[in-house]
Design a protein around this ligand. Sequence first.
Ligand SMILES: [Zn+2]
Length: 256
Amino acid sequence: MFIKPCHGLITSLYDMHRKHPITGKILPHWGVDYGNHADNSIPAAAQGVVRFIGRGHKTAGNFIVIKHPNGWETAYLHLAAITVIVGQSVEQGQKIGVKGMTGGATGIHLHFEVSTGTWPGDYKNNVNPVLYIDDPDVRELQSNLNKLGYKLVVDGKYGEATMNAVINYQDRRNLLADGVPGLVTVASIKKDLPNYIAKEEPIMPEPNANVVSPSHKEAWEWAKEQGYLNGERPKDPLTREQFATVLKRMHDKLAE
Ligand SMILES: [Zn+2]
């Protein structure tokens, strides 16, 4: 009934009994977290009316609450930007804001909650959002796990069967068996696929004048001249750090 409220992998699960990693106190996590992505726009999970907007809240940061026709509410926390106003009607999929890390967040992510009544109440109406979302990343995960011998229904819903398969996989691979299908787990599963082929990407993608800085373009041209990019397609794309190294090498060379 809901669409995924952003792009990005699940980085933390709904958990009524979560222990705080530092204090050890039981601190429930009343929603699901989705991590950073190249496209961090936030679509409304379903049609509804913006009931509440919070700004600069100590823990929730900038957030939006949408009321849906059946009385359910969805909440979108830690936003970098909000592009709707209270009382506004929104269609399912309509952009309402941008993912961020305002409030109590250590990195860019969306904390998303679903309530079967008025949010937050005392959270007694909160339900596990991933049971109501057909998530394309979860579909891919389920289909990949099935290629490794699991027998999951490919429905995009991150239910108990899928989570248990992930925990089982993580355990077999000596990964942190937390059931969270994050970057490390997803990448490891892909590498285990029978038809896995390492993606070959250029060491530095040819600069596109619209998206890269002049220094990137300059460094790319220089690296090509120096033979770093002699027509080959090295295995891994340059990380930010590696690019910084090339840039520094270039400046050092030019300063000689
Ligand atoms: Zn969260």
